[in-house]
Design a protein around this ligand. Structure first.
Ligand SMILES: NC(=O)c1ccc[n+]([C@@H]2O[C@H](COP(=O)([O-])OP(=O)(O)OC[C@H]3O[C@@H](n4cnc5c(N)ncnc54)[C@H](O)[C@@H]3O)[C@@H](O)[C@H]2O)c1
Length: 369
């Protein structure tokens, strides 16, 4: 990882379900100090501060007014991202926001404009593409291991949020659904490996109109589904590669692989891109068997354990950019993936092949072990 030893003072906005995974993940980066936590529900902020020994807590306004806070990590629900990111940028903070960058492309454009005006850095999840698995796949492609990439597949299956999240409504409302909730991990991995997407065709639908919530600490018993829960799309990359995606909260069980990339000389098989690490396997046309590739970067955490769900690498990436390093998980990259993912519904609604306006460079690879 890039070495930057200066300490960065961080305030976290939102003390909900994913808060603990940030608090724990950030502890692995000694240069990143969480000094304040804020939530509209200040009692939640207080509990979070006490659980993780964070010195200050309170409401969002107190966070923005705290001159000691240099970077705000925004982990509010997607519907609040645009408003709260813009407020933090205008308060002079660098911001790292959870995915999706905003609930709509229009809002995301306003967010990008606010970042531009402020001169502050804006980073966005997902950051899992910075992990060893996607970086190893990227290295394999860049060194020609599978020849020229021709196509890729990506399959999102149900994350079963109604069985574990106390309030899973955001998963089935604006900014949610399999496409915007889980799709960013897969799109970030694909765009990192294959470059930007040029056009999208898709079909989407809602599976069940209502879903029962069974999580032990649930605050609601039933959800009304507002967004498509089953989507199939074909993505044409600017490179000419063709991606086939199935993103569904209606598929609970499947034997389809998560992600594969097919080249003129072989196939790469990737693990779940909602984790940082895991085996990347290759089988070239002349090979008898699959080979596991050696990871090109140090692992973020132990494979197949909750460590893969800790967060913080994207914030570390933003902090590195403050010291002149590359900003890989930046908002323009996130904007492109959001535009591609929101095009699924446009394609369905308007029966169109949707041209994607935005583009982005592939982020610089990470190869430091
Ligand atoms: N939960 C997960 O497994 C998970 C995983 C990866 C990413 N994420 C992303 O993290 C974000 C948060 O998800 P979550 O599951 O923790 O949500 P959550 O609903 O559990 O928690 C959100 C928190 O934000 C607070 N909040 C709402 N509006 C606010 C505002 N304007 N200012 C300050 N606080 C506000 C709420 O009171 C709540 O405590 C989402 O963008 C989601 O996509 C969640």
């Amino acid at each position: 990882m890039a070495q930057h030893t200066a300490r960065h003072r961080i305030g976290i906005l939102g003390a909900g379900n994913i808060f603990g995974r940030y608090a724990e993940g950030l502890r692995t980066f000694p240069e990143l100090d969480v000094i304040r936590v804020a939530d509209v529900d200040t009692a939640r902020a207080e509990r979070a501060a006490s659980a993780y020994a964070i010195p200050a807590w309170g409401g969002p306004d107190e966070l923005l007014a705290d001159d000691a806070v240099e970077i705000v990590i925004n982990i509010t629900p997607p519907a609040f991202h645009a408003k709260t990111v813009i407020a933090a940028l205008e308060a002079g903070k660098h911001v790292y926001v959870e995915k999706p960058l905003a609930a709509t492309v229009e809002e995301a454009r306003e967010v990008l404009a606010a970042a531009e005006r402020s001169g502050k850095l804006l980073g966005s999840a997902p950051d899992t593409f910075l992990g060893s698995a996607v970086q190893t796949a990227r290295h394999a492609i860049d060194t020609g291991l599978i020849g020229e990439p021709v196509g890729a597949t990506a399959f999102v299956r149900s994350s079963r949020s109604e069985t574990w999240h106390p309030d899973p409504r955001a998963f089935y409302g604006p900014g949610g659904g399999p496409v915007l909730d889980m799709g960013p991990y897969y799109l970030a991995a694909l765009v990192n490996c294959l470059g930007p997407v040029r056009q999208v065709s898709a079909a989407t639908r809602i599976g069940a109109r209502t879903r029962k919530v069974t999580s032990p600490e649930r605050v609601v018993d039933e959800i009304t589904v507002e967004v498509p829960t089953h989507a199939s799309a074909v993505l044409t990359f600017a490179s000419g590669a063709i991606g086939t995606t199935l993103m569904s909260f209606d598929v609970w069980d499947t034997e389809l692989p998560r992600m594969e990339i097919y080249g003129t000389e072989g196939t790469l098989s990737l693990p779940n891109p909602n984790g940082f690490d895991g085996d990347v396997r290759v089988k070239r046309h002349h090979d008898d068997d699959w080979e596991v590739l050696a990871p090109v970067t140090a692992l973020f955490g132990a494979v197949n354990t909750p460590e893969q769900h800790r967060r913080g690498l994207g914030v570390h990436d933003l902090a590195g950019a403050l010291h002149g390093g590359p900003h890989r998980a930046d908002a323009r990259f996130a904007f492109h993936t959001l535009e591609v993912l929101t095009a699924f519904e446009t394609a369905q609604r308007e029966n169109l092949v949707v041209a994607i306006d935005s583009s982005c460079e592939r982020p610089q690879p990470r190869t430091a072990r």
